[in-house]
Design a protein around this ligand. Structure first.
Ligand SMILES: [Zn+2]
Ligand SMILES: [Zn+2]
Ligand SMILES: [Zn+2]
Length: 429
């Protein structure tokens, strides 16, 4: 039997074969591998370069072009981030600069670089609500129908082509219907109504009837065949602020993510006030609520599993609704396991942003906002009012990832202005 030798590393008790010792210089394989890893780390540390790809650049268009180029991870390069986010840069662009970005996207489209085209056009449409109708014929030429939101400002000619193509294009029908829902003009509404009355033969191959695609565009087809909007175009970001409030009024105007004194009858933890905003704020005034403030309350634990309704009484106080039904699959939840309430001071931004700012969840903006279009993580979902049965209106959303350490998932908030009922639902990837 071959005699085994002790590993030479201090404190290591392993023994090794002479052959291994010859190969590693007398240490065991795990010690050898640890040494090799350390060598690599030292090498990277010593040779890593700091690179600023934005150095000496002041043209925001050139900076954005660089931001959109996918960058391969290289451990030997540490990139200096640009001091402004992509969203901030897009918002700050002058009209002609936005036009240059659009032109750049079309050049990339001709080269077949759909990933970058998607990123640039989505940013122009979401962050700026830029009309990119001029680019749509080229997109159709390339068979690029995603993201469908890009088609929202389509010209009548493009819309008519989509309406015609949806009848025969089995492969792209889902995306074509989404594009039509984003267009949502009177002609599209009428066609959705016609499909409802006379279901097309291809309708059987969809997961839902064509009319329900309207929800993805933020509206529904009423019983009478009209368009009823479920979102509102005035949208204000909810953001962390380090500034001290200027006055007590400012503190009172809008509050977010505070702990309620009421408790959840299911898990017995405190409820969370997602928002508490004066109904005179422009983002809510259109609802003409008979309340001074709109408070949206939910259970941040149980609310991850089902829709939670609250009745708002005449004093504006939210009360747990009798229409809440505890789902069978909701087992016991320990309230101490969760804590979403934020330590930050959150405020509404002073000026509205694009209604589509957060409409594409996969872009990397912060999504928390009042008004605008929801950032659906899954399919669009508008709860029905338990009193009148109508779909409730979307009034805002809070993305846990924006404010909560390691947080994820979005709480969507809804109201039925006729019945003063609020609802929340939650989606995550
Ligand atoms: Zn060892
Ligand atoms: Zn609960
Ligand atoms: Zn109602």
């Amino acid at each position: 039997m071959t005699e085994r030798l002790p590993c030479k590393t201090d404190g290591c008790k392993a023994t090794i074969l002479p052959a291994t010792a010859a190969e590693t210089g007398g240490i065991c394989m795990p010690c050898h591998q640890a040494q090799e890893r350390q060598k690599r780390r030292d090498y990277v540390e010593k040779h890593r370069k700091t690179v600023n790809v934005y150095e000496n650049l002041s043209d925001p268009v050139e900076i954005l072009k660089i931001m959109h180029v996918p960058r391969r991870h290289d451990p030997l390069i540490q990139y200096v981030p640009y001091p402004m986010s992509k969203e901030q840069l897009y918002v700050s662009l002058a009209t002609d600069e936005a036009g240059r970005m659009l032109k750049h996207a079309l050049e990339l489209l001709a080269e077949g670089d759909e990933e970058q085209v998607d990123g640039i056009l989505s940013s122009l449409v979401c962050y700026r609500n830029e009309n990119i109708a001029a680019a749509l014929p080229a997109l159709m030429e390339q068979g690029m129908y995603y993201p469908a939101l890009l088609y929202k400002d389509a010209s009548p000619a493009v819309r008519d082509r989509l309406l015609e193509q949806v009848e025969w294009d089995d492969e792209n029908r889902n995306l074509l219907l989404l594009a039509l829902s984003w267009i949502g003009d009177p002609l599209v509404v009428r066609r959705f109504q016609e499909w409802r009355l006379q279901p097309p033969e291809w309708g059987e191959r969809l997961f839902v009837q064509p009319e329900f695609y309207a929800l993805e565009g933020g509206w529904e087809l009423t019983q009478e065949g009209d368009r009823r909007d479920l979102t509102h175009s005035l949208s204000y970001a909810i953001r962390v602020t380090s500034e001290k409030p200027h006055s007590e009024d400012e503190v009172c105007a809008a509050r977010f993510l505070t702990t309620s004194t009421s408790t959840c009858p299911w898990c017995e933890g405190n409820l969370t006030v997602l928002m508490d905003v004066a109904t005179t704020h422009p983002s809510l005034a259109y609802l003409a609520l008979s309340l001074e403030r709109l408070k949206i309350q939910t259970c941040e634990r149980c609310g991850c599993f089902c829709t939670i309704y609250m009745d708002v009484d005449s004093e504006g106080v939210p009360v747990w609704s009798r229409f809440n039904h505890k789902p069978d699959y909701l087992r016991s939840i320990d309230p101490d396991d969760y804590s979403g309430v934020s330590d930050y001071r959150l405020t509404l931004s002073p000026a509205p942003h694009s209604p589509f700012f957060a409409a594409i969840w996969t872009l990397d903006q912060q999504n928390s906002q009042i008004g605008g279009h929801p950032s659906w993580v899954q399919d669009a979902e508008y709860p029905s009012c338990p009193c009148c049965g109508k779909r409730m209106r979307f009034i805002g959303q809070i993305d846990w990832a924006d404010f909560v350490h390691l947080g994820e998932g979005i709480f969507y908030m809804f109201v039925c202005p006729e019945d003063n009922v609020t609802a929340t639902l939650y989606q995550q990837s």
